[in-house]
Structure formats: C-alpha cells, structure tokens
Design a protein around this ligand. Structure first.
Ligand code: DC
Length: 224
C-alpha cells in the first residue's frame, strides 16, 4: 500500500508545547521536523552579528535579501545554515536573540526572505525519504502551508507557559513576544481558519501528543 506524503502544521504562541509535540510526531511517523522559530532566531542572530538595528527597516531589508540560506538535515531535524554556517543552540536561545527576534520577525522583508525557503522544506523532506514533514511556527497553517493535510493551533495560559520555560531552565519574555507576534501586520500569530484548536493548559504533553497523533495515524493507516 502506498503511503501519503503528509504535511502537518503546528502553530501557537511561545512555549505552547509546539516543539515537544512536533518532535514526538516526527519520531512516530518519520516526518522531517522543521522548527521555523529556529529559522527566525538564526536570521536574528545573523542580523545582530552584522550590526543591524531592530528599528532600521531599510538596513534590515537589505541584509535579509542578501542571506544565503541552506539546510542541513540532522537526524529528523532540518537545521538552517546561513552562508554555510549553523548557529549554536545556546546562541539561538540566548537573551539577545530572545529580545530581538519578534522585532525582526515583524518586518515583511525578513518574512519574505524565509517564505520560499520554508516551503522548500517539503522538497528536502521528500528527497530525504521522509513520510512527510511537521512544521511548527506562527503562520504555517495561515501562510506557509494553508493547504497542509493537518493544521493544529496550540495554546496554554501564560502562567503555565512561563512555568514550562522555567522548567527548561530558560528565561524568556513570553508575554511580550506573544503581544508583538499577535499584533504585527505581517502574518500575525492567529489560529488558522479550520484548524484544530487545542488548549493544553490542563493537558500533559503526552495527552497533547496523543490527540494530535490520532488523526495522522488514521490517515497513514488509510494509505494514499
Ligand atoms: O517558536 P519560537 O518561540 O522559537 O519563535 C521565535 C520567534 O520567531 C517568535 O517570537 C516569532 C518568530 N516566528 C515567526 O514570526 N513566525 C514563525 N513561523 C515562527 C517564529
């Protein structure tokens, strides 16, 4: 029986459980895992390295247009490279990037620089022999893959999300990033029309994964 190639979109605010869920789906169904937040973080790290200010749209657009983006697949994870270089996890998740990423991500030229690159991850997944891809972010179900086979929107109340980030040993301005990400004009964070909206405040991550996995398992069982 031929298996379908499935695209799964997971959107939601900071620390809503997207990455844990996406990793679990990736492992269970052999999907390429694409964390687009890490792409915006890598671009932010590069713009900061180039000395671009968060409030200088002209310089941001010029620098964003010149980025040479590539992908290295590590296990089931698609990692972005800029000019042939990856960025260390510690730098991606450090305070400088946390503070700047939502500002750069609100600039249309930055989103435009990543648009085709993100869609092209479906080709990377096919060529890598994956059964599909699971992509997490803020605008995957609305802008990047509105035709995805499955679209989920995760949320949880802010206190619970802050607790999860602290348990990961991270300091993060979750509420401020969500405010900026939801209120920007370009591809704001919002639940895609028709997506499955899941409140994980009172669910364990295992329960979230179980709910999200069930329809995907059924689709694979049904075949192409
Ligand atoms: O998922 P994350 O918290 O690592 O994402 C970091 C930032 O990147 C987030 O605050 C907004 C931006 N982002 C975005 O604008 N669009 C996406 N698809 C993913 C992330």
């Amino acid at each position: 029986m031929a298996l379908p190639f499935l695209i799964v979109a997971i959107d939601g605010g900071a620390a809503a459980g997207k990455s844990t869920t996406a990793r679990a789906l990736s492992a269970r169904f052999n999907l390429l895992h694409v964390d687009t937040g890490s792409y915006y973080r890598a671009v932010t790290h590069e713009l900061l390295r180039l000395g671009v200010a968060t409030d200088d749209p002209g310089a941001i657009a010029a620098a964003a247009a010149g980025l040479a983006l590539g992908t290295r697949v590590e296990g089931r994870n698609a990692r972005i490279e800029i000019a042939g270089r990856g960025v260390e996890e510690a730098d991606l998740r450090g305070p400088a990037v946390n503070a700047a990423v939502s500002h750069f991500a609100a600039v249309p030229a930055v989103r435009a620089a990543l648009l085709a690159y993100q869609r092209d991850q479906a080709r990377v997944a096919r060529e890598g022999g994956f059964a599909g891809l699971v992509m997490e972010g803020r605008d995957i179900g609305t802008v990047i893959f509105p035709e995805a086979d499955f679209r989920f929107f995760l949320h949880a109340d802010p206190a619970e999300r802050a607790r999860r980030r602290a348990a990961e040993g991270q300091q993060d301005s979750i509420a401020e990033r969500d405010r900026l990400d939801s209120s920007r004009k370009a591809s704001p964070l919002q639940c895609p029309a028709g997506a499955t909206d899941l409140d994980s405040t009172h669910l364990s991550l295992e329960e979230v994964v179980a709910r999200v996995s069930a329809p995907i398992a059924a689709r694979f069982a049904a075949g192409a």
